[in-house]
Write a protein that binds this ligand. Structure first.
Ligand code: VGL
Ligand code: ZN
Length: 201
């Protein structure tokens, strides 16, 4: 068993990122079994949940003439436009039915502000608006985190970089992650994580 100060953070294992979902990550459901097994090793477990209003500005459907996966300039910088996904309360936003959600003490929701996306579980995409996760972890004395989940090149990647910047020791267990791989985003994620001092296992 790991110490309570070492948290397992499970990123966005939700129906829309798994097989048949609106933004299905290739082989996404394959993360569920290894994550469930890891939960036995960690006394401190946090889940993140992508949680968008139905008119969220990261959705291509909200922009005339735009298609999913096109880039668009937002007030905080460039943003990939996504298919509608993880709409608050929808089946797609629910956790994968086999994920052991009962083992978690904390669920952090992100991406709920209509005009700003949030890949990282720590900060929204302006990189300054906090989700509150840092405060929760610090209040519990956590200094080390292990990240797993979906998608490796977006939400896991951004969470890992932010956590390292905040001074947490960070590792990512890639066997318990899957990526989207949009225009080399997986290679870029690996390089950025290594540069930030994240241990990629
Ligand atoms: C994610 C794209 C949009 C993720 C969330 O969980 O990686 N990716 N929203
Ligand atoms: Zn999203």
């Amino acid at each position: 068993m790991r110490p309570e100060t070492h948290a397992l953070i499970v990123i966005d294992v939700q129906n829309d990122f798994c097989g048949g979902g609106a933004l299905a990550v290739p082989d996404g459901s394959a993360v569920v079994a290894p994550i469930n097994a890891l939960m036995d090793e960690f006394p401190t477990i946090v889940l993140s949940q992508d949680w968008h209003p139905e008119d969220h500005r990261s959705f291509a459907s909200q922009h005339e003439g735009k298609q999913p996966l096109e880039l668009m300039e937002m007030h905080y910088g460039p943003q990939v436009l996504w298919p509608d996904h993880c709409v608050q309360g929808s089946r797609g936003a629910h956790f994968h039915p086999e994920l052991r959600t009962d083992a978690a003490q904390m669920i952090v929701r992100k991406g709920f502000r209509p005009t700003i996306d949030s890949y990282s579980a720590f900060f929204e995409n302006d990189r300054t608006t906090p989700t509150g996760l840092e405060g929760y972890l610090r209040a519990r004395g956590v200094d080390r985190i292990t990240l797993v989940g979906l998608a490796l090149d977006f939400c896991v990647h951004y969470s890992a970089i932010d956590a390292a910047k905040l001074g947490f020791a960070v590792d990512v267990i890639t066997d318990a992650c899957r990526g989207i791989d949009l225009d080399g985003s997986l290679d870029a994620a690996h390089a950025n994580m290594r540069d930030a001092g994240v241990q990629v296992l």
